[in-house]
Write a protein that binds this ligand. Structure first.
Ligand code: COA
Length: 203
């Protein structure tokens, strides 16, 4: 019997499914190299802890834009981005994140802080649209869902004539982002694993 493919569409993530988006980001990134180093533990606890941080971030960052790919019954992928001049979380958001991170223990909290500082230290001074976090649910990777999100994002950047920027700790993701016009501008070791910093020139 032939199975029908679910219909995929991109839509804004609203407050109604923001926590579901945070949970997806937790699950979707739990096997990323820098997450392994920062959180340690098993897959489940990494997913849970990162989802908690993402929930705090998404709930307390009104300037963050969030889009998701809907598969009919649930979100399959999520991309968030900050408009120019808004990529550094506000003091309130930083405090909330720190408060949450401190419940994970001192070692984890200090690794999260150092990861965050290292990545933030690479933020371009020029106005840019800062993409991230981006994740596709693990069992759905490699099926074009991330490409749907990036295609929309690239169109948005072109329409606004804006420069794009992102960081990634996943070597396979570098080639993925290159397909959408991003190029590596810097590389650094963060928590002992490589991170790549990528820019997409304004059209
Ligand atoms: C990177 C990511 C968003 C891509 O989304 P996707 O839906 O898997 O991507 P698509 O199916 O549209 O495109 C597939 C391409 O993505 C790349 N890719 C990157 N990571 C991948 C992964 N874990 N599995 C499959 N493809 C991956 C491959 O280059 C692949 O190209 P190929 O088909 O020629 O092999 C997704 O794999 C993911 O969520 N990874 C974990 C979280 C993450 O690393 N986020 C981005 C970095 S911040």
């Amino acid at each position: 019997m032939e199975m029908s493919q679910p219909y995929l569409y991109v839509r804004p993530v609203t407050s109604a499914d923001r926590d579901a988006a945070a949970a997806l980001l937790g699950r979707g990134m739990a096997d990323n190299p820098v997450h392994l180093m920062a959180y340690g533990g098993d897959d489940r606890s990494r997913a849970h802890r990162h989802a908690q941080l993402m929930r705090a971030l998404l709930r307390s960052s009104p300037s963050l834009q969030i889009e998701g790919v809907d598969r009919g019954e649930a979100l399959a992928g999520v991309a968030a981005w900050a408009p120019p001049g808004r990529c550094r979380p506000s003091a309130t958001t930083r405090l909330r994140l720190l408060g949450r991170a401190s419940t994970f223990g001192l070692g984890t909290a200090s690794r999260l802080l150092s990861w965050n500082r290292r990545w933030a230290g690479h933020d371009p001074d020029e106005p840019h649209v800062h993409l991230g976090p981006v994740a596709v649910d693990r069992h759905l990777r490699g099926q074009g869902i991330g490409s749907l999100l990036l295609l929309r994002h690239a169109q948005r950047l072109d329409a606004a004539g804006a420069e794009g920027y992102l960081e990634t700790d996943r070597p396979e993701a570098v080639g993925f982002y290159e397909r959408f016009g991003y190029a590596v501008v810097d590389e650094a070791d963060v928590l002992g694993v490589p991170s790549w910093f990528m820019r997409r020139p304004a059209a």
